[in-house]
Design a protein around this ligand. Sequence first.
Ligand SMILES: [Fe+2]
Ligand SMILES: [Fe+2]
Length: 376
Amino acid sequence: MSVEYKALGRNDVNSVESILADDAIDFGDLAHTTAVGADAIFTWDYERSRAGLSKLYERAKSSQWNGSTDLDWSIDVDVEFVAREMQSAIAHLRQRLTDLPNSPLKTWTEDEWTNLAVEAFNWRMSNFLHGEQGALLCTAKIVETVPWIDAKYYASTQVMDEARHVEVFARYLDTKLEGHYPVNPALQLLIDDILGDNRWDMTYMGMQIMVEGLALAAFGFMHAVTQEPLLKKMLRYVMSDEARHVAFGVLSLKEYYEGLSGSEIRERQEFAYDAALRMRDRLMMQAVWERCGINRKAITEMLFEIHKPGVNPFQAALFSKIVPNCKKLGLLDAGDAWLRDKFTEIGVIEFEDAPDTETEYAILDAVAADREAASV
Ligand SMILES: [Fe+2]
Ligand SMILES: [Fe+2]
């Protein structure tokens, strides 16, 4: 490969100026419009030739749950308590940032840290909500653009799943939390790129593998640490759907990538790298820090200052689903292992041998089956 790829159109992917410029983009108060780039494809081949997708479709039909009646919305939520439960996620980060010379965090009281945790909880839930809407629109696009009938059937069930996810996150935010956040610009820029791309498989790569892979890891962490019964049950239900969604992505792309040329695979690697960078930028949570009195530039610089080998300040564990799934698709090592090098540079390659989602899907699917058995 002769010309070095310019990821995100940046000369330097770690440029604080570029990161802040993207983070300052305003996606509107009430609505945001973006162009969808692909052709809608009708197929006249109704043959059910893809057994794996067909099985997922059957599973999806029998795994529908109802956000209105399967969750107990009368539960009172102690937001500070839940936020404190999640503080372990940033304990290491907190120490590193506080230890920096002249760190403004040296004088922070426990109350200020609790306030940050409450804001971060709010921010996470808000961006789960916006990300779920992204998934809803992307899956509707997949129904239109994927050429295979089995995939159209399956994707249609995912549209319903995503509508339900938007519904339950919106309801949780509206009835249990205050002070919601607008969409994180790095997330929305990625969703706009996914919707705008004219290659149908890029919707899968961007949404099913990258955005949903990160969401699944984040939901898993939150589900493991929280004792809040409404959130815990809601996340368990959402995760059993999400695991199926990522499995759908892996299954479809594995088949499609087998027929692509080396240069076409390289384009997919570049797309995956761009998406990973957007995810990394998203996790800097500048809006949260700003609301807590630390300006966006200062926190971004501090985060890079503590970034050194062995110390990743960007919550790298959230890449624990993305990297093994890219590996399973053959993207890590194709073409001189370009993507492996890039994932090494941004400090997430250590997750390559974490369980991929097809393996994990079997576990979460068993959870879903238990739930059905219990409700009979
Ligand atoms: Fe979802
Ligand atoms: Fe999903």
